[in-house]
Design a protein around this ligand. Structure first.
Ligand SMILES: NC(=O)c1ccc[n+]([C@@H]2O[C@H](COP(=O)([O-])OP(=O)(O)OC[C@H]3O[C@@H](n4cnc5c(N)ncnc54)[C@H](O)[C@@H]3O)[C@@H](O)[C@H]2O)c1
Length: 252
């Protein structure tokens, strides 16, 4: 399927690692001009260099998704150097480890800020330009934890519950402006985030495989294609859709 993303300008947050990196690779290989945005500029630069070496279009820009100033600076840089933003994939976010009793206020705020505030500020920053040009695709990273199936990581799950509700509400507002807003909700995916303190432990990958009906652990590339499809005009009738991609984990 040709997604016809040639020449589209796409900002991908969290592009230095894991699913953000896979989304950046997917969009660039579909012809989009990708802005790989991350707090980790060095990581984003490596991704951009690997893509440009292959003849694809990608630049790295430092971004803290939780900062309005940082978004403003990124959009100014992109407008000056590349052009108006057509596509935003809000993928960045912090990992979580604390449970119901040991999540303190700071950690709760870090989760809500790093996920929900980041998505809100990102969407609100790009919307005026998209409305003016009557074109836009926004795809937010969500999670199966939005449905209360989190392994007791309360701030994380609550933040994604907020992202799901916000995505649907924004989708209804944006659709009359020819802007599609949707989200993708993965199950557990093998990335640096899940490796850290969990999947790197002996037996953890086998345990996850056994608890995933499709019989294998999800990889970033199992997710990135859904972002690319929702970023394309083939998905023009998708408004406020949540794509659940968990190898069946959500069915358990
Ligand atoms: N891995 C999973 O199982 C899973 C499942 C569902 C949802 N998610 C969510 O998907 C997103 C990506 O996760 P991943 O597993 O690819 O993790 P990852 O750790 O591999 O990548 C996360 C990236 O986000 C960046 N980042 C973090 N905070 C940032 C900020 N404030 N501003 C800019 N960049 C920031 C990091 O530098 C990193 O490059 C996260 O929001 C995560 O919560 C992960």
């Amino acid at each position: 399927m040709d997604l016809q993303l040639n020449g589209r300008v796409a900002v991908v947050t969290g592009a230095a690692s894991g699913m953000g990196r896979a989304v950046a690779v997917e969009l660039a290989s579909e012809g989009a001009m990708v802005v790989a945005a991350d707090l980790n500029l060095e990581g984003a630069q490596l991704v951009a260099a690997a893509l440009t070496d292959k003849g694809f279009s990608c630049v790295a820009v430092e971004l803290d998704v939780t900062s309005r100033q940082s978004w403003t600076a990124l959009l100014a840089e992109v407008a000056a150097g590349i052009g108006a933003v057509d596509i935003v994939c809000n993928v960045a976010g912090p990992g979580a480890k604390t449970g119901h009793l040991d999540t303190d206020d700071d950690e709760w705020q870090r989760q809500v800020s790093g996920h929900l505030n980041g998505v809100f500020i990102g969407c609100q920053s790009v919307l005026p330009g998209m409305i003016e040009r009557r074109y836009g695709k926004i795809i937010n990273m969500c999670s199966f934890t939005a449905h209360g199936v989190s392994a007791s990581i309360p701030g994380y799950g609550a933040a994604f519950g907020g992202i799901l509700a916000y995505t649907k509400d924004l989708a209804r507002f944006a659709a009359p402006h020819n802007i599609n807003v949707n989200c993708v909700s993965p199950g557990n995916i093998d990335t640096a985030m899940t490796r850290d303190g969990w999947l790197e432990q002996p037996g953890a990958l086998d345990g996850l495989r056994q608890n995933t009906p499709i019989g294998r652990v999800g990889q970033p590339e199992d997710i990135s294609g859904w972002f690319a499809f929702l970023a394309s005009d083939r998905a023009q009738h998708a408004v406020g859709v949540e794509v659940n991609v968990s190898g069946g984990q959500l069915l358990i």
